[in-house]
Design a protein around this ligand. Structure first.
Ligand code: SAM
Length: 263
């Protein structure tokens, strides 16, 4: 008979060679997909149903989006564990104070998760999209992967959800796809965009005016599609050239579809 928290045989773990002590829990990085819970994978649902602890990152006082997606599966709040970031947009990401505060935050979180894992508890970190694609999960994974068994459950990425909802294929034939964080300086954005066949610009937020200008300079503004909250409630899809304002929430991106070979 299956024990209540026993998980079915795992997909090959990222770190299969690591020795597994009998009493040790597994660290799961669970890809939650782009927003619509219908895009959760079967494996993600299995892990969410059975892990002892469900951990999500959030802004202080707010519920994380990954946790909201889990509402479709998780009925009991007793397993939840919120990890509020000490700061989000208050300082630039390359400010030493920002780096130090986040490092301390991840160190502390990893040490608390290590206590649970060491006590034989399975811990699932809920990650928007795919855990290994710009995911905060990676910072905990890096700190814990050599001490505990790990399984990463891949997820449908946000960009995949966005180009699907925008109804536009992103790459054709030999198109090269360039993925850019909007946090880059304008000159680097322009250089990458000029060399790109197709592009995705993520982490827009307050950087949208800079991204718009970089796209114009690279001659790509007319092809750019703006997607906000793709597959979630409140989704917006528009040609960027038609977007009258420069407001963009955290969950937004710009797509530049490729124009490659179409036999
Ligand atoms: C830290 S990255 C995390 C990416 C995530 N791990 C993934 O696989 O998509 C956060 C950025 O992803 C983008 N993003 C993720 N999901 C999105 C969605 N459903 N709609 C629009 N943008 C999204 C936004 O640009 C956001 O700023």
């Amino acid at each position: 008979m299956e024990r209540p928290h026993e998980l079915p045989p795992a997909a090959p773990a990222a770190d299969e060679a690591a020795p597994r002590a009998a009493a040790t829990g597994t660290l799961y990085g669970v890809g939650m997909g782009p927003g619509d819970p219908d895009y959760l994978t079967v494996r993600a649902v299995r892990v969410l149903e059975r892990a002892h602890h469900l951990v999500h990152f959030c802004k202080a006082g707010r519920r994380g989006n990954a946790r909201t997606i889990a509402d479709a599966v998780v009925r009991d709040a007793g397993r939840e564990w919120a990890l509020p970031y000490p700061l989000t947009t208050e300082l630039p990401p390359d400010d030493p104070a920002y780096v130090a505060a986040l490092a301390a935050f991840y160190d502390d979180a990893a040490s608390r998760l290590a206590d649970a894992l060491g006590a034989g508890r399975d811990v699932a970190i809920l990650s928007e999209g795919d855990p290994f694609f710009y995911g905060s999960f990676m910072h905990l994974w890096r700190r814990l992967k050599d001490r505990f068994p790990v399984e990463v459950v891949p997820g449908v990425t946000g960009m995949s959800g966005c180009w699907t909802r925008a109804g536009t294929p992103i790459t054709w034939g030999d198109d090269v796809l360039t993925v850019l964080p909007a946090t880059l300086p304008r000159a680097r954005l322009v250089a990458h965009l000029r060399a790109a066949d197709a592009a995705v610009v993520m982490k827009l937020g307050r950087h949208l005016p800079k991204v718009r200008a970089a796209l114009a300079e690279a001659g790509l503004l007319a092809r750019a599609v703006y997607v906000e909250r793709g597959t979630m409630a409140g989704e917006v899809v528009a040609a960027l050239a038609d977007k009258p304002d420069d407001g963009a929430p955290y969950f937004s991106m710009v797509l530049v579809p490729g124009e490659g070979r179409r036999p």
